[in-house]
Design a protein around this ligand. Sequence first.
Ligand code: ADP
Length: 448
Amino acid sequence: MMPVWSSLSLKFVFIAFVAVSVGLWLGAAAGWATVSLGLALLYGVHVYNLMRLQRWLKAPNADDLPDPWGMWGTVFAEAYRALRQESRKRDQVNRELELFTQAAQALPDGIAMLDSGDQLLWCNDTAAAHLGLQPGRDYGLRLTNIVRVPRLASFLQSGVADETLDYRPAHHSGQLLSLKAIPFSDGRKLLVSFDITKIERADTTRRDFIANVSHELRTPLTVIHGFLEHMSGTTVMPAQQARRHIALMVQQSDRMLKLVDDLLMLSRLEGSDTPQREERVDMHALLHALAEDARALSAGGHNIDVAVDEGAAISGSMDELRSAFGNLASNAVRYTPRSTQISQGARVTLTWRVDEQNRGVFSVTDTGIGIAAEHIPRLTERFYRVDRGRSRETGGTGLGLAIVKHVLLRHQATLEIQSEPGVGSEFRIVFPAWRSVVDAPAAQADAA
Ligand code: ADP
C-alpha cells in the first residue's frame, strides 16, 4: 500500500501539472482557476472521507470498509487492523479474567478482596454466604459497615498475615468461621474465611469423650480402691463382710472390663468404613442364637419371640452384625420391666424380613419404658443415656448404640427408631437390597 504522504503529494503534483498546462494553453487566470478547483475538489473528498471515518469508528465493521484503493483505503484498513488487534487482546484478557473468577468461585473457602480502605472490591459466593454479603450490591462499601464482627476493624488493620479471627455469624447459628487477612499490592487485602465448624465439633466430641471415659472408669475404680484400702487396714474381717466386698469388687471390675471391651470394639470399628469380612450370615441361626442370649439375660422375666424365614441370609460380617443386633436385643430386655404376676406384658420380638424393595430388615420391638421423642436423635452418641441410673443398674456402658451406628455405617445400613414412652420401642435396621441373600425356599416364620 502506498504511504499516505506520497499519495497526497502525487495529487498535489497532478493538480499543479494540470493547472500549468491549462495556464500555458488558456492563460494565467485559467491556470489559477484550475488550481483552486483542484484544491476545492481535494478538500471536499477529504472532508467527506473524514466524516465517513468518524461515523465508521463509532461502529467499526469489516463489511462497511470503503474500497481499498487510495489513501483513505489505507487509513481505513489500518484503523480496522488496530481495532481488531485491540479487540482480540481484550477478549483474551476477559477470558483469563473469567477463568480466574471461576477458579476463585470453585475454592471451598471464602475469598473477599478489599482495597486499602477496607472497601469490598469483589468476593466469591462462599465468602458471600459466610459473611452475609451481597456480591455486586455491596461492592464499594466498607466491610466493617456490613459485617458486624467485634474486633474486625483492628484485625484488618493489624496487617499480620498469620493472625486469625474466629467468628460465629449471626445469620448462621452453630457455624464457626476462621478469618485470615492477607495483605497484597498497595495496602489491599485478601480476606479468607474458613468454615471450622466440623473441626470444632470434633474437638468438643474428643474432649467430651475423654472426660466421659475417665469418669466411667473412675467410678468403679473408686469402689474397688475403697474396698481394697479398707481391707488392707483391717487385720481381721468377718468372712461374710469380706465376701460382700469381694462380690462388689468383682461386679465393678466386670463393669470396667465391659467398658474397655466396648471402647476397643468402637475404636476398631471407627478405623475403617468396610466390614471386617464379607461372608454369608445366616439370619435364621443368628436370630435364634440372639434370642437364647436374650432369654438368659431376662432370666424368665420376658416373652422373647423370633420371626424369621429359614434360609434368609445377608452378606456382611457375622461378628459385627451379631454385636449390633445383640446390643439392640439386650437393650430391649434391659429397658422392658420384667413381667410379674400382676403384669404379664413384658415382650420382646426379634424379626427378620425382606421388604418389597428386596431390602433386609431386622427389627427388635419391646413393650418397655419407651423413649421421649427429644432423646431419639441423640441415642447413638457415645455415653448418651436417657436415664443414667437405669443404664448402670442393668449393666449398660452407654456405648451400645454407638457400636450399632458404626457397624451399620460399615454395612451401608440405616437405623430407624420408633418409640412411645410407657408403651414400647421398635429399633429397625434396614440393609441395602444388594446385601440380601435368600438362597432357600421361604419357610413359615416361626415363633419361639
Ligand atoms: P446403654 O448401655 O446405656 O444401654 P446404649 O447406647 O445401648 O447404652 O443406649 C443408649 C440409651 O438409649 C440408653 O441408656 C437408654 O436410655 C436408651 N435406650 C436404648 N434402647 C432402649 C429401649 N429399647 N428402650 C428404651 N430406652 C432405650
